[in-house]
Design a protein around this ligand. Structure first.
Ligand code: ATP
Length: 253
């Protein structure tokens, strides 16, 4: 019998409370190498809390996290990043006042001696975005001048460019038009085809992202209650599960 390959990311019995509120009760999750995992669940189910734990922003109260088979304590966002875990949040993390290319190289600027090598950063950012099919006419433009979808695309492209091996996308299609959403989904498909990046996508509107996910996990009341390959589950079945949970919650005790 061959041993199961190490997961890119493994979460075991993770719990997190905020004062009296239990956000995560007992989360067990496995992200395989090269797969795209959809994490869905109703409002307040704990999805963002879990992502914030996995990117080093929150510390869990208990439980274990392993990256590539090694148990780790994620001390900070920078520490998680140094282990190859990068996150694109709902609120993004781009600096609006800076240009697209400065954002692409944020915190890892290219320099010649003490000076920024703007020319090289501009050229490489342009090339990388074009390679990924992200149409930004002028990488010298301020990020504030981009549309929401373009900003999101730059944030995803930057995470991919940063050698992230595990990418956490929190609502990647939020506030996006159909065309921009399609661009992000194409980026995720490209990543999946590359096979060397593992992705977790949180999506409220899961119908939009199901198509790019290999597997889907449902988070309910702070625990994963459903884990199935996407090919084996229909949209109707998922919707029924989410709606049943919603009804249960509204039922008086
Ligand atoms: N920093 C915090 N302090 C106190 N409570 C928090 C904090 N962050 C999250 N919570 C609470 O934890 C629970 C889970 O929140 P979380 O944001 O993880 O849910 P979610 O599944 O991402 O929801 P949504 O889809 O609405 O974003 C909620 O009841 C929320 O109010």
């Amino acid at each position: 019998m061959t041993a199961e390959p190490a997961a890119a990311l493994r979460v075991e019995h993770v719990a997190k409370r905020f004062g009296a509120l239990t956000a995560l009760r007992d989360v067990n999750l496995r992200l395989n190498k090269g797969e795209v995992l959809g994490l869905i669940g109703d409002n307040g189910a704990g999805k963002s809390t879990l992502i914030k734990i996995l990117c080093g922003f929150h510390r869990p109260d208990s439980g274990r996290i392993s990256v590539n088979g090694q148990q780790v304590v994620l001390r900070s966002v920078d520490h998680a990043r140094s282990l190859g875990i990068d996150t694109v949040y709902q609120g993004l993390a781009l600096v609006n006042e800076l240009t697209v290319y400065h954002n692409m190289f944020l915190n890892r600027e290219l320099r010649i001696g003490p000076l920024l090598n703007n020319r090289a950063m501009r050229r490489l950012a342009q090339q990388h975005l074009a390679d990924m099919g992200v149409g930004i006419a002028d990488v010298g433009a301020q990020v504030a001048k981009l549309s929401g979808g373009q900003r999101q695309a730059v944030a995803v492209a930057r995470a991919v460019y940063s050698d992230a091996r595990i990418l956490l996308l929190d609502e990647p299609l939020a506030a996006m038009g159909a065309k921009e959403g399609a661009l992000i989904l194409d980026l995720i498909r490209d990543l999946r085809d590359r096979g060397d990046v593992s992705v977790i996508i949180i999506a409220h509107n899961y119908a939009q992202v199901l198509d790019v996910c290999d597997r889907v996990n449902l988070l309910q009341h702070g625990t994963i209650t459903f884990d199935r390959p996407t090919a084996e589950v229909s949209l109707e079945e998922l919707t029924e599960l989410v709606v049943a949970e919603y009804r249960n919650r509204r039922r008086p005790a």
